[in-house]
Design a protein around this ligand. Structure first.
Ligand SMILES: Nc1ncnc2c1ncn2[C@@H]1O[C@H](COP(=O)(O)OP(=O)(O)OP(=O)(O)O)[C@@H](O)[C@H]1O
Ligand SMILES: [Mg+2]
Length: 292
């Protein structure tokens, strides 16, 4: 059974089409949802969590058909969701907030709930701040509180929208590690426009830009990109100023200017196919295909 199944999902906001005919079938684990600003990541996530009705198509998550109200209600019991811009009651403490969410999720037994609140706050490393008002938290701490409230009911499916945005490098690493740990035992879908987040944590990726550019294994994607010879190395005696070139990296030494580019190398250049392809290059390649 596929854990995410999308069949011809489209979403219009009035006349504007944000998602076009998405078809995806993926198994569980950590799934990265990668796409540029405005690609439709949040829209897709809101469809997957049942907050938005698609204009067309069918979606199911963890075996629940989102168009069936009873199945959606069943999914919600097993779902943790961290929105892109989570909002907390500013004067409440972290514990109070997570406890409140736990009650909304139907955790009525007080002793069990208290233990679950403590456990999730500890899991995200906020125990020392549990009694701080949420308005006193740093951006990174707020992100962690977002996760704590989402995992308090030990959900089978965790969906996190742009969890690493605005984090410093150390905090971003800690966060990836946190998410990867959660992905060991459940389906985790996390959206990002940062390629490196995906490389470090996910074995599966959905690349989105209104339509699905790719959905499947990361290694298979890299293999496809390698076979399609998407990246090239060029050495030039003078700097290249061609605006059309997608330059991934550049350096210079006494031999000249060295570039790594994605896409067709310029005619007459001494371009050599690069021996390896990274996800960033595969991503640029996919984006080039999408706008071609
Ligand atoms: N409520 C809405 N009404 C009208 N258009 C919307 C609405 N929400 C999103 N859109 C449009 O749909 C497109 C996709 O937006 P969405 O927020 O899903 O993108 P995203 O990939 O999450 O972007 P970001 O990386 O900036 O968060 C954008 O063009 C956006 O302007
Ligand atoms: Mg978004």
């Amino acid at each position: 059974m596929s854990l995410i199944q999308l069949e011809n999902i489209s979403k219009h906001y009035g006349k504007y089409q944000a998602l076009e005919q998405l078809n995806v079938q993926l198994e569980g684990g950590m799934i990265g949802l990668l796409g540029p600003n405005g690609a439709g990541k949040t829209t897709l996530i809101r469809v997957l969590t049942g907050f938005l009705q698609p204009s067309q198509g069918r979606a199911s998550l963890a075996g629940c058909d989102l168009a069936q109200p009873e199945q959606l209600a069943q999914l919600r019991q097993q779902l943790g969701y961290v929105p892109q811009h989570p909002a907390f009651y500013p004067t409440w403490t972290c514990s109070e907030f997570v406890d409140y969410i736990a009650q909304l999720k139907g955790m009525h037994a007080a002793t069990e709930r208290k233990a679950a609140v403590e456990r999730s706050i500890q899991y995200v490393g906020l125990s020392d701040h549990a009694n701080k008002a949420t308005r006193q938290l740093s951006g990174g701490m707020q992100r962690r509180l977002g996760i704590a409230q989402a995992i308090v009911n030990d959900p089978k499916v965790l969906i996190v929208d742009e969890p690493t945005a605005g984090l410093d490098p150390e905090e971003r690493l800690r966060f990836r590690h946190l998410l990867a740990g959660l992905g060991n035992q459940r389906l985790v879908i996390f959206s990002t426009h940062i390629v490196e987040d995906i490389v470090q944590t996910c074995r599966q990726v959905i690349m989105l830009k209104k339509t699905i550019l790719y959905a499947g294994g990361l290694n298979e994607l890299l293999e496809q990109a390698r076979a399609a010879q998407v990246s090239w190395e060029i050495t030039s005696p003078t700097p290249l100023y061609d605006q059309q070139l997608a330059i991934v990296s550049s350096s210079n030494d006494e031999q000249g200017y060295h570039y790594r580019i994605v896409g067709q190398p310029p005619a007459g250049s001494n371009a050599k196919p690069a021996s390896s392809v990274g996800l960033e290059e595969a991503y640029l390649w996919m984006m080039q295909q999408a706008s071609a």
